[in-house]
Design a protein around this ligand. Structure first.
Ligand code: SAM
Length: 312
């Protein structure tokens, strides 16, 4: 089912999910407050390290350098924008449609001492001023809320805000081509993500290309998300008593079944998680960004020898 959606509907849906209680999310996400797929460099790695590695992976794929203007769309509690400002020296702007998340992120940026280089706003992406442009942009886990009918508008408005030759990374959940709605998936969408809508990766990339993007790199992190959801599930169960006090028995059970089903769906392949790195076209005969992935992985192999803020 392809639905169109308005700002009011989205604002209510986002508030329903994300304004539930910051303490509730703190109790099952790790201290990074990252609410998207982590990146496990070893099969038995822990959640906190994997979320830090995911943030580095995104920053490295974007080749962030000190002083660059960087935008994170759908920033959650601000973890990635704060990380990028602190470790990569960028001038970060971020926004979320959740008021509670934005306030949490602003306080967190102050505690980290980066409030002058990391501004977090409560705003719908459709209201972001058109006269601001950025060197690099990320959208980590917002596409699931955008709605398929809005993809052309979403991908073209991101492109308008990127400077020529700039990089954009879109990280989001997809469904396999043969996935179908069932009463169970409809129950979970209605109760967990009222404005959630998933697409398959080939259609999503088709829209990206139609909006003028050059696709540079595509990576499927499906099994990483299966493990992330399993870790969230385990933390939810371990903190059950406090969570029931915060949000009640019904919500606890709904989140429990949602995390279990999500983990199983990523393991089985009915859901996927793709990072797609895109470039705003420019006519160029030279490499504006490294032509291989070596610089990304070199960092992970020798993190102590290469400071994070050394740039690309
Ligand atoms: C799954 S969370 C991901 C948060 C964060 N990027 C992370 O990795 O932890 C999705 C985010 O998208 C934001 N979002 C959804 N619809 C939005 C909209 N129309 N405008 C701005 N942000 C939106 C939500 O408020 C939330 O912060």
């Amino acid at each position: 089912m392809v639905r169109t959606r308005g700002k009011e509907f989205d604002a209510k849906a986002i508030s329903h999910h994300y304004d539930l209680s910051n303490e509730f999310y703190e109790s099952f996400l790790c201290e990074n407050m990252a609410y998207t797929c982590a990146y496990y460099r070893t099969p038995d790695g822990g959640l906190s390290q994997a979320q830090r590695d995911k943030m580095d992976l995104v920053c490295r794929k974007l080749r962030l350098s000190p002083g660059e203007d960087y935008l994170d769309i759908g920033c959650g509690w601000g973890s990635l924008a704060i990380w990028a400002a602190k470790h990569y020296g960028v001038n970060a702007t971020a926004f979320t449609l959740s008021r509670e998340q934005a306030e949490y992120g602003q306080q967190w940026a102050r505690r980290e001492g980066v409030e002058d280089r990391c501004r977090i706003h409560h705003m719908d992406y459709r209201d972001f001023p058109r006269n601001h442009t950025f060197c690099k942009i990320s959208a980590i886990g917002i596409i699931e809320h955008v709605g398929i009918a809005n993809y052309p508008m979403f991908f073209s408005s991101v492109r308008e805000r990127l400077r020529e030759g700039g990089l954009f990374i879109n990280h989001g959940i997809t469904r396999n081509k043969f996935w179908k709605h069932t009463s169970q998936t409809d129950f979970l969408l209605k109760n967990v993500f009222p404005n959630g809508e998933l697409d398959d990766i080939t259609h999503m990339m088709d829209v990206m290309e139609s909006q003028g993007w050059e696709i540079l790199d595509v990576e499927n992190l499906r099994l990483h998300y299966a493990r992330t959801c399993r870790h969230w599930f385990e933390r939810l169960e371990a903190n059950a008593a406090r969570i029931k006090e915060l949000v009640g028995e019904r919500k606890y059970r709904i989140y429990r079944v949602w995390l279990a089903c999500s983990s199983a769906s990523f393991y089985s392949g009915s859901l996927g998680l793709y990072q797609v790195l895109l470039q705003k076209h420019q006519i160029s005969r030279r490499f504006d960004h490294p032509g291989t992935r070596e610089d990304i992985y070199r960092f992970f192999l020798t993190p102590d020898e290469e400071p994070r803020d050394a740039g690309a």
